[in-house]
Design a protein around this ligand. Structure first.
Ligand SMILES: [Zn+2]
Length: 472
């Protein structure tokens, strides 16, 4: 009996029916190339078994056993905790048949589990993404789990306009990385030239952001190709806000001007450079000092030191920016370095802020309950959530606690945000312009709505993390 082999298969090892955890294995039989598009951390599975920061994965085997990572032992590192402490050498790593991992951008749901990979595997990412990943690594204080060891990885930078060639023993495939706009700089979409035709992957993208021309460049590249398969994100296919970054600036400015008394606290992602620029402009216009943590400073500096970053009008040395000096807490290497490098007159303590709260905008992430308890903001202060709303139960619980603390201190809260993800009609426009043969909705909780809303195409909806798409 003759079994016909698929010429190419895509294995969906994450990012199906959920937002993030993207891990798509492309197995191209003809060229014998095996590569992953993204290798993100699957927060939904992790959350089922572990409670951050109290319990962590013990081992790679444990993560495989709970289905958090694919059951392909040769793709993972054979080094243990002790080896990392002593310093590893790649020669001692076992052989692997994985030719490459391609990272779309530096968000944990896209790169988080590269820490577990065999150190022989080349990991390709944009220069800025590599700088962010390295900065994040320097900010991890303790490493109780293999998930946290990012040392010794074989990270290789790419840029828009330069092709990546992934070689196997037999042949190679060619990949075009093309920049897209997202809520972190250094984000890319890809076109893979495989033996069955062009496969496009959007990564995460938006068209309403400050760098929308980058997403436009990506879509134009898709238009020029005959796209066989399109893997597209659909985070907001069911529901979408409409604010642009400029709208966020006007609304923020208006609020901070009104809040003459008290402290202003703004919650937003540390790697969102556009939002940082918006909040800094607001601070300058309202004569307030922007207070950032050493962690945020370290990440911003990593971003701004990357070549080709378009938000270069940010000056971290500006007199409107001060760095929080928390002497009591134990600090990571990255934080210590920041506090050693910056001059004393750029440092500020909780007590300094408490003396004159109406002179500051204080920045936090994930609610910042700890900092808010330290600051004891006076009644009449405001809290502005300038990131996504809590999207899961765990975040909802801590968000509820945050609201309790804010109420306790007499602080009112607002939500002002412009998302990193495309709106439903913008996703539709990308699909129509690229006109693929097969569409695969990924990074969405609503793949069926996706198909109904867009209509008219051939769809492949991966049902679970065991799904595969075979092209004959
Ligand atoms: Zn994502």
């Amino acid at each position: 009996m003759c079994v016909k082999m698929a010429r190419l298969s895509i294995f969906f090892h994450g990012g199906v029916g959920e937002i993030g955890g993207n891990k798509f294995l492309i197995n191209d039989e003809e060229s014998n190339v095996r590569l992953y598009l993204d290798f993100g951390k699957n927060f939904n599975i992790s959350r089922k078994y572990y409670e951050f920061p109290f319990t962590y994965p013990e081992s790679i085997e444990e993560l495989i056993s709970i289905g958090a990572i694919p059951d392909l032992p040769s793709i993972y590192t054979s080094f243990k905790k002790e080896d990392f402490r002593k310093g590893i050498s790649v020669e001692k790593e076992k052989e692997t048949n994985l030719n490459a991992v391609i990272i779309s951008h530096a968000h944990l749901d896209h790169y988080g589990h590269i820490s577990l990979l065999n150190r022989r595997v080349p990991i390709y990412a944009g220069e800025c993404a590599i700088n962010i990943i390295s900065a994040m690594n320097s900010l991890i204080y303790s490493k109780p789990s293999p998930e946290f060891f990012y040392d010794g990885l074989n990270l290789i930078p790419f840029r828009t306009g330069k092709k990546i060639y992934i070689e196997s023993r037999v042949s190679e495939i060619e990949i075009d990385p093309i920049h897209v706009d997202h809520s972190v700089p250094g984000a890319y979409g890809f076109i893979l030239h495989t033996s069955v035709g062009a496969i496009a992957y959007t990564g995460d993208f938006r068209m309403h952001g400050p760098q929308s021309s980058m997403t436009e460049d990506f879509i134009r590249s898709l238009e020029k190709e005959d796209i066989k398969i399109l893997l597209t994100e659909g985070t907001h296919i069911n529901y979408s806000g409409t604010l642009s970054e400029q709208d966020v600036f006007y609304k923020l400015l208006d609020l901070v001007k009104q809040a003459r008394r008290g402290l202003v606290i703004v919650d937003f992602s540390r790697s969102d450079i556009d939002r940082f620029s918006t909040v800094l402009k607001t601070a300058v216009e309202t004569n307030r000092i922007l207070v950032i943590s050493p962690k945020r400073y370290r990440i911003l500096r990593a971003i701004l030191s990357s070549s080709g970053i378009r938000t270069s009008n940010i000056d971290l040395e500006s007199e409107n920016i001060m760095i929080l000096n928390e002497s009591k807490r134990r600090l990571s290497t990255g934080e210590k370095e920041v506090l050693q490098e910056i001059p004393d007159d750029k440092k500020i303590t909780f007590d300094d802020i408490k003396r004159n709260p109406d002179q500051y905008i204080f920045t936090v992430v994930f609610g910042g309950i700890k900092e808010i308890r330290n600051l004891k903001p006076p009644p009449g202060s405001i809290f502005i959530l300038s990131s996504s709303e809590p999207v899961n139960e765990e975040r909802e619980i801590s968000f509820e606690k945050l609201l309790n603390w804010l109420e306790h201190f007499g602080v009112a809260s607002y939500h002002i945000h412009s998302s990193g993800h495309a709106t439903p009609l913008d996703i539709k426009s990308l699909i129509e312009r690229s006109d693929p043969e097969i569409i695969v909705p990924i990074h969405t909780e609503h793949p069926k709505l996706f198909r109904r809303f867009i209509g008219n195409y051939k769809w492949f909806i991966p049902a679970s993390i065991d799904s595969r798409l075979d092209i004959e």
